[in-house]
Design a protein around this ligand. Structure first.
Ligand code: MG
Length: 381
């Protein structure tokens, strides 16, 4: 759901700061928050507005255009927050009656909070902004000790978006070019009344590294889920055993292959590569390379599972089906589950091994070889 803003309402999302307090190489607003960047989330909250202006640091212009150009007007910011807001306001001058100015580092702003601000402006306020009453006790301290208390009566923690009649806030910025920590303060200097609307504890401003974890908790489990499938076939040939899902099974024939011909492990490994859009075993371990001749297929599976974790994913589950008339798989299924778990680090309870015959039809039915299919689900952690 997004807020369908009234005609004439515009939004400015500010993201020109470098956000060094949040840690990391990348400014906080560009960092990933449960699969979507902080800034993309902040902008999405205003997708129901006719006009949205994004203010970015000059160094981020190319990236901003790549991600957001089109519905969003992108301008570069100034030296200070106020200077950046002024650039955004100038981009809207004469084109909107009201503007909501939002901090790009508040990605969890709710529709309810936005509607509250719009409602107060529609009711005639020149300015309106969300806030949360201070509920903790307030202390004065000196050298790590409490030396006094302060009344919290009437105190609020300010949030964004802060909404204004556009000409009023533009005039406030132009009258006070030295700026202020937030736009409400400028409105007050112009003697405008600022209505307080209902804020939300979830509308946090991402400032410190721990704020990312808190925001992820509020968002709940990741919805970035990747599925992959794998299919493989190997023909029977001379030999006295086969290797299936890492387990050696005595048999009247072997399986022919460049590596150890573990058809089950190959299908599973390809399913993992598939979920990551990373091709297949042949791409990572070319059969033309003699070093993989007779190789233990555990090498392939371990490579694929390492790649999963390097990409920040974990395993939802894996399901492998072996298709053959012989040998009997059932007696070995638990050993296969245990072996695949130890190679991959996947919880054995998330690994399923099944087997089926093909009712004596086709190449597996004629006992010419074994086929395997596998499915995996990966989840962003
Ligand atoms: Mg194979």
């Amino acid at each position: 759901m997004t807020v369908a803003a009234p005609t004439g309402y515009a939004a400015i999302v500010t993201a020109a700061g470098r956000g060094s307090r949040a840690g990391g190489e990348v400014p906080k607003q560009w960092r990933d928050l449960s699969g979507i960047s902080v800034l993309a989330r902040s902008l999405a909250a205003f997708s129901g507005f006719d006009r949205v202006v994004l203010v970015v640091h000059p160094d981020d212009m190319a990236e901003a255009i790549a991600h957001f150009a089109g519905p969003v007007t992108i301008v570069t910011g100034g030296e200070t927050r106020s200077a950046s807001v002024l650039k955004g306001l100038e981009a809207l001058e004469g084109q909107a009656s009201h503007v909501l100015i939002h901090d790009g580092a508040r990605p969890l702003v709710s529709d309810k909070v936005i509607r509250g601000v719009i409602g107060a402006l529609q009711a005639g306020s020149v300015a309106a902004a969300p806030a949360v009453p201070v509920s903790d006790a307030l202390w004065h301290s000196q050298n790590g000790h409490v030396i006094g208390t302060a009344s919290r009566v009437g105190l609020f923690r300010a949030q964004t978006p802060q909404g204004f009649r556009l000409p009023a806030i533009l005039a406030a910025h132009r009258t006070h070019p030295q700026g202020a920590p937030d736009d409400v303060e400028l409105a007050l200097r112009m003697n405008h009344k600022v209505a307080i609307t209902e804020g939300s504890d979830d509308n946090l401003k991402i400032t410190y590294p721990a704020d990312f974890s808190r925001a992820e908790q509020i968002l709940g489990p990741s919805m970035d889920i990747r599925l992959g499938n794998g299919y493989d076939v190997h023909a029977f040939g001379p030999g006295d055993h086969v290797r299936l899902c890492g387990v050696k099974i005595p048999h009247e024939a072997g399986l022919i292959g460049h590596s150890d011909a573990d058809v089950g492990m190959h299908a599973l490994t390809d399913a993992i590569y598939g979920a990551l859009a990373e091709g297949d075993i042949g791409r990572h371990f070319p059969p033309s390379d003699p070093q993989w001749k007779g190789a233990d297929s555990a090498i392939f599976l371990r490579h694929a599972t390492d790649l999963v974790r390097a990409r920040g994913f974990g395993f939802g589950n894996a399901d492998v089906t072996l298709i053959c008339e012989v040998p009997k798989i059932g007696p070995h299924a638990t050993a296969m589950q245990t072996r695949l778990a130890s190679i991959s680090g996947i919880d054995p309870q998330r690994i399923s091994i099944k087997a089926t015959t093909s009712e004596r039809l086709g190449f597996t039915g004629r006992r010419e070889g074994i086929a395997a299919i596998a499915t995996v689900a990966l989840m962003k952690e």
